[in-house]
Design a binder for this molecule. Structure first.
Ligand code: ATP
Length: 279
């Protein structure tokens, strides 16, 4: 069996405060996009996870391996599986690739092993793997609060093209949060306005209200992320923003031709560029 494991971008990412347990309370809107990895499931008498990408571990440190173990533990199934991850989503990029692979594994095993798990049960398993994993069980457009695991499905957003540009550096989400002072955030994105804009399918308002407080950390440290973001806007993207903790920057466009034109213009500045769209 083959399943697509799609990436996400953040339309908004707000940090409200640092909690007593050390986590940050967030409020963000995540949007599933078409860019995807391919996950290949094959019968096997033990758990095997392979990925040929140089920065993604094979075997038991892969998030997918942990997802298999958790599904077995939650359901009592005693079976093996061989999983091959064919990577296309840039790694450590703010696009949720590992989280998506883990959620797709839970969905895949639910089908293959005929487990009858509900979305809620799959989200509960997913939440043990990381804050962004439950989002990928249902995907689409969702509001995430808490540490990212309290999810509300929103109306499907109107179709927008997305230009993704990933500078040649990997960023640790943990490090970015460690360098954020939640008390010193000057400008918070207007997530409630974004929800209204999505409900009204108002493209102009969606593009006006994108915002990500983690830009204050990553753009400050890496000039190439800053340059990519301003180039996207200069070249005519309706808006441009960093996704998650970065370093990937995205530009939103109403038309495919404009997205392609921007992608071509960014060629010399970024090694990994994709044109994709909202799911
Ligand atoms: P997030 O925004 O959720 O932090 P990300 O897009 O920034 O995600 P990932 O691509 O998920 O980052 O990779 C983060 C780290 O997880 C990498 O260092 C990678 O080696 C490790 N990892 C473990 N399993 C996977 C997987 N299946 N796919 C990608 N990375 C994985």
């Amino acid at each position: 069996m083959n399943l697509k494991s799609r990436a996400k971008i953040n339309l908004t990412l707000d940090v409200l405060y640092k909690r007593k347990d050390g986590y940050h309370e967030v409020k963000m809107i995540m949007q599933e996009i078409e860019l995807s990895d391919n996950i290949v499931f094959k019968e096997c008498n033990k758990i095997e996870v392979n990925c040929s990408h140089p920065f993604v571990p094979s075997g038991s440190s892969n998030l997918v391996y942990k997802a298999v173990e958790l599904v077995k533990e939650a359901t009592g199934v005693d079976a093996g599986i061989s999983i091959e991850i064919e990577k296309k989503i840039p790694v450590a990029a703010g696009l949720g690739g590992g989280s998506s692979n883990a959620a797709t594994t839970i969905i895949g095993l639910n089908k293959l092993w005929d487990l009858g798990l509900t979305d809620q049960e799959m989200e509960n398993i997913a939440s043990k793997l990381g804050a962004d994993v439950p989002f990928f069980v249902k995907g689409g457009t969702q509001l995430a609060t808490g540490i990212g695991e309290d999810l509300t499905k929103l109306t499907k957003a109107p179709k927008l093209w997305v230009v993704l540009a990933k500078p040649n550096l990997g960023i640790s989400t943990k490090e970015v949060y460690q360098n954020l002072d939640a008390n010193k955030i000057l400008c918070h994105p207007k997530t409630d306005r974004m929800i209204t804009a999505i409900e009204k399918k108002d493209i102009k308002e969606i593009c006006t209200n994108v915002g990500n407080v983690l830009e204050s950390v990553t753009l400050h440290r890496y000039s190439n992320v800053r340059i990519l973001k301003s180039k996207m806007s200069e070249m005519g993207a309706n808006s441009s923003l960093m996704s998650g903790s970065g370093p990937t920057v995205y530009g939103l466009c109403e038309g495919y031709d404009k997205a392609i034109q921007i992608a071509k213009g960014l060629g010399p500045l970024s090694e990994e560029i994709f044109v994709t769209k909202f799911v």
